[in-house]
Unconditional design. Structure first.
Length: 181
């Protein structure tokens, strides 16, 4: 019995707990590293850097736009010579969230699919200008940073102008001048 009492001493049980703590700590480190690698892999996959084709999510607004898209396809519109229409210069405040003012000055040229579309664009020009001004006032200077920011701006303006002038078709937005101050 004396030998059994020696094994139940706090010193003997402390050694076992120390061994268990090291094992638990090792398991937690391994699980944490696996979770970190999984999160990094998911981030790479969803950013399009890893994996096959990158498919963009389609929102309900985009589905509505597809249903009400102009009858002409882009391929049909590109067959003829393009027609260009210059909109007036836009000067807007940017959304800074502070007292410091920031401005954008943009001159845009619309590339139309056909000469017939020119009449519709001229007719709807006030609506196009209103849509552009409304959108530009909500932008921040950081939204326009780099070529990716300008491409997002081009895509958004193109989407808005095509919605305003349908059934006419605008093939592209060309920036004649962009100044962010």
């Amino acid at each position: 019995m004396a030998s059994d009492d020696e094994n139940d001493t706090p010193e003997a049980s402390g050694e076992e707990e120390g061994g268990n703590r090291k094992g638990k700590r090792l398991i937690l480190i391994i699980v944490g590293l696996l979770a970190l690698l999984g999160a990094g892999g998911a981030g790479l996959y969803f950013s399009g850097m890893l994996g096959g084709k990158k498919e963009e999510a389609v929102t309900s607004d985009e589905k509505k736009d597809e249903k009400t898209a102009p009858a002409k396809s882009v391929e049909e519109a590109k067959k003829g010579d393009p027609v260009f229409f210059e909109l007036p210069e836009f000067i807007n405040n940017l959304n800074t969230g502070s007292t410091q003012a920031s401005f954008i000055k943009v001159t845009v040229i619309l590339e139309l699919a056909s000469p017939e579309d020119l009449k519709r664009v001229e007719q709807m020009q006030p609506r196009v200008i209103d849509d552009f001004n409304t959108y530009l006032r909500e932008l921040r200077a950081s939204d326009l940073a780099g070529s990716a920011g300008l491409e997002r701006l081009r895509e958004e303006l193109l989407r808005r102008v095509n919605k305003a002038v349908e059934p006419a078709l605008v093939n592209n937005i060309l920036f004649k001048e962009i100044i962010v101050q």
